[in-house]
Write a protein that binds this ligand. Structure first.
Ligand code: 9MR
Length: 349
């Protein structure tokens, strides 16, 4: 056999047989996650990095086509005093998305956390709380009307036993704050898609069923709600892929658009220290990322709003500081290099 032909056959054989099952050598500069799927892939961005770190920006805009603000639109940032809105951070992120042809997902209008002190201490009666809710939502949604495609209108209103959280909003307005929030957002921008967003919906069927039932009833009563954000802060051990599937299917069967809105897959949920991620864990993480993307892709096209990563690199994930442990939950390492999970998605989708 001629040498050239031999090398050709050897090359072919290697493509099929010698291709490592897990690599982390795929270069993000030569690949784009957003091009591997027929739905939007998003990332929650840190306003301290976007605008300041060129490598971060480059990776955000080359890999993703949807953008969520990790913190910039939360009440403590955007509405620091009753008569004052601070648009600086949010404007920067919305402009970035627009300049790069990315969809913008607004997060989040009504939540019980990251509230400014003036709301925490607000001493109004029921009518004044209603007016506060209305002003907060309408002012923000109106400013970004036509530019923000969708909003997480209400975030984390349920607790684990399936009942409504006794949040500051609930205490002052009762359950009606949820309906009012969706109505006010819709009045301010009738074209924006409106989402309810929550965690543990795959892990906890009791909570999931309560949330879906509640939102279905609201929808039947005419409340403008388009979709459900399932956060998917999961880890390499838990929950089972079958529970992730079930969650996606039940949301879609109820006719809601599905957003995997805050995806990350932790490696080290049970201990503090993990100076280096273990090879086997990184592989497991890669498999689970692929399983989530594939299960999402199987849902009805019209209901696939997208998958959003909750952070870009392991260095900017919320998990290590929030839980005070070392962890590596995202697709890129702290040097913005591809991890096995990113390569698995690029190679298998
Ligand atoms: O990632 C966010 C982190 O930077 C904030 O400190 C934290 C405050 O609670 O909120 C994080 O984002 C949360 C999101 O807005 C709602 N779902 C849970 C997320 C992780 O806590």
């Amino acid at each position: 056999m001629r040498k050239g032909a031999f090398h050709f056959i050897l090359g072919l054989f290697c493509c099929v047989a010698c291709k490592p099952e897990y690599s982390n050598h795929c270069n993000p500069k030569e690949n784009a996650l957003k091009e591997r799927v027929n739905f939007k892939v998003g990332v929650a961005v840190d306003h301290d990095l976007l605008g300041f770190d060129l490598a971060y920006e480059e990776l955000v805009q080359s890999q993703f086509n949807s953008l969520s603000p990790e913190n910039a639109m939360k009440a403590s940032y955007i509405h620091p005093a009753s008569d004052q809105f601070d648009w600086y951070l949010a404007d920067r992120l919305v402009n970035f998305a627009e300049n790069h042809g990315m969809r913008f997902h607004g997060h989040t209008l009504i939540w019980h956390q990251q509230l400014p002190e003036w709301i925490e201490n607000f001493a109004g009666d029921r009518e004044q709380w209603r007016a506060l809710l209305e002003q907060h939502i309408k002012t923000i949604v109106n400013r970004y009307k036509g530019r923000v495609a969708a909003w997480d209108v209400v975030n984390e209103a349920f607790v684990e036993d399936g009942s409504l959280r006794n949040s500051i909003w609930y205490q002052h307005l009762g359950a009606s704050y949820i309906r009012l929030a969706f109505e006010y957002a819709h009045e301010a921008d009738p074209d924006a898609l409106l989402f309810y967003n929550d965690y543990n919906l795959a892990q906890n069927p009791l909570k999931r069923k309560a949330v879906i039932r509640y939102l279905e009833e609201m929808k039947l009563a005419g409340v403008p709600i388009d979709g459900i954000g399932c956060q998917f802060h999961i880890n390499i051990h838990f929950p089972e892929v079958s529970d992730l599937n079930k969650c996606m299917e039940e949301v879609c069967q109820a006719g809601f658009k599905l957003h995997i809105s805050e995806l990350d897959i932790a490696l080290n949920p049970f201990s503090r220290s993990m100076p280096q991620p273990k090879e086997a864990d990184l592989k497991r993480q890669a498999d689970r990322y692929l399983a989530v993307f594939k299960a999402f892709d199987r849902q009805p096209n019209l209901l696939k709003y997208g998958i959003t990563m909750w952070g870009l690199s392991d260095a900017d994930s919320w998990i290590p500081s929030y839980f005070n442990r070392e962890d590596y939950p995202l697709l890129f390492d702290g040097n913005y290099q591809a991890k096995a999970a990113y390569c698995k998605l690029i190679e298998s989708l």
